[in-house]
Design a protein around this ligand. Structure first.
Ligand code: ATP
Ligand code: MN
Length: 440
């Protein structure tokens, strides 16, 4: 089949902009064939682009015979159409296009590897294997529009509050938190690692810019095979000088509230598409706060699951808890014994000035007040069995007037999974990385 050239055709509109106001006007649309029907003397093509779809109607006798003949398309053919906008209640957007010309710019095989009509949902691994095609689905377009709104809204919220956006290195010389969950890489003649979080850099920079944030990749070499873990994640890291956990708890709930409001305000059609318009209702703030001890008490009395003070809360316990506490809530004052060295112990040093933000069973954020006194930090490192000499350059920055500071790290992919009601975190990332997946 001979393909058409783009020539001097340019899109005049995206599908979303072809509204009732354009009735009787000529438009040029471009996109892909989501679906098509041939009813003998009548052909329908639904043309989709990054924002949605519009129906192209070809009726024999109304369009030229030549054009009617030419309109032989397959799923996901790349096409452009020039035509007149007409009102038609039954079509998407209440609009149909009566074409005067059509260009077929590229074709597809007869059988696509995954369903793109939206009528059935192909298996996730198969979809991920064909991700560039899969992402074109109207559902995925909706998910990633919401992801984009999150970035925009987070930045707006933080810039309005005098934050500075930082960019910190992702290649590091040694472990951030002394964990073993790092990916080693070969860095010239040396071994280096991919960063697991911006923790140390954001603390250092809070001593420069006072209020800092970053939205960036972190790498977790965890062999989890769950629907909420990835090996490459995007986190929002925030650090605030001259503040404590109390201030951070307030800022974070406001941020969550604002971002959800923005999504509701600006991405209603995407939410609508995902059938999430009611479920993603903005929660009331302030969020309920529970101390770790209250939570393990509740888990024990309500569900009969015993958690010793100092143990992590198991997935099973979180699952049950999430059925009780379905919205956003904080768990504060975790045992110091299970928190990283940089977390500030509470007055009673059995506890710590730390918190998680939960939504139902899922952890969304961890944060807390940090230690800013160098001697105390060295002691904390050593009592966690870490070697303070491998943190020398970080510790040096604490010699020059490090302010008291506090902050948090929020998992963007996990949050998007919740907001969009997705079943698996891999659906919230364009190209997910897990223990089993390194391509595409
Ligand atoms: P979890 O206990 O759920 O594995 P974590 O406590 O190890 O998470 P943090 O180090 O506190 O994770 O990271 C901050 C946030 O980043 C988490 O609250 C979560 O939202 C997100 N996150 C952490 N690890 C992952 C992962 N492997 N995949 C997806 N998101 C993650
Ligand atoms: Mn955590």
């Amino acid at each position: 089949m001979e393909l058409d050239n783009l020539g001097d055709w340019r899109k005049t509109h995206f599908t979303k902009d072809v509204t009732i106001e354009l009735v009787s006007k000529e438009v040029i649309l471009g996109g892909w064939v989501r679906n098509y029907r041939n009813l003998g003397g009548l052909k329908f093509i639904s043309l989709q682009d990054k924002y949605g779809e519009r129906q192209i109607t070809l009726k024999k006798g109304v369009v030229s015979d030549e054009l009617f003949e030419k309109a032989k398309v397959g799923y996901q053919y790349c096409i452009m159409v020039k035509g007149i906008v007409k009102k038609f209640k039954e079509a998407p957007g209440g609009i149909e296009i009566i074409p005067s010309a059509l260009k077929i710019l590229n074709t597809t095989p007869d059988k696509l590897p995954i369903d793109m009509t939206g009528e059935t949902v192909s298996e996730l691994d198969l979809r991920l294997n064909n991700r560039a095609l899969d992402l074109r689905s109207l559902k995925n377009q909706a998910v990633f529009r919401i992801r984009g709104e999150m970035f925009k809204s987070i930045r707006k919220f933080l810039f309005e509050r005098n934050f500075t956006e930082m960019t910190t290195p992702k290649i590091i010389a040694s472990a951030t938190e002394g964990g073993t969950e790092l990916f080693p890489i070969i860095y010239f003649e040396k071994e280096a690692f991919l960063t697991q979080s911006a923790q140390l850099y954001k603390e250092q920079l809070s001593g420069v810019y006072e209020r800092v944030f970053e939205i960036s990749d972190c790498f977790r070499a965890e062999k989890h095979r769950t629907k909420r873990h990835l090996c490459e994640i995007l986190t929002l890291d925030v650090e605030i000088a001259f503040s404590t956990m109390e201030d951070v708890l307030k800022l974070l709930e406001e941020l969550v509230y604002n971002v959800l409001e923005d999504i509701r305000e600006n991405q209603m059609t995407a939410l609508d598409y995902l059938e999430m318009e009611n479920i993603s209702m903005t929660p009331e703030i302030p969020f309920p706060r529970y101390k770790y001890e209250e939570i393990i008490e509740l888990i024990s009395t309500k569900f009969g699951i015993n958690i010793e003070f100092g143990e992590d809360i198991s997935t099973e316990a979180y699952r049950k808890l999430g059925k009780e506490l379905t919205s956003y809530y904080y768990i504060t004052h975790w045992p110091m014994s299970i928190k990283p060295f940089y977390i500030m112990p509470s007055k009673d040093s059995k506890y710590s000035e730390s918190f998680d933000l939960q939504k139902g069973m899922l952890e969304l954020t961890s944060g807390g007040t940090r230690v800013h006194n160098k001697e105390q930090l060295i002691n904390a490192l050593e009592s966690k069995g870490l070697n303070s000499s491998s943190f020398r350059s970080h510790l040096n920055s604490f010699d020059y007037g490090m302010p008291p500071h506090a902050g948090f790290g929020l998992g963007i992919d996990r949050w998007l999974t919740m907001i969009c009601g997705l079943n698996d975190i891999r659906e919230a990332v364009m190209y997910p990385r897990t223990a089993d997946r390194l391509t595409p």
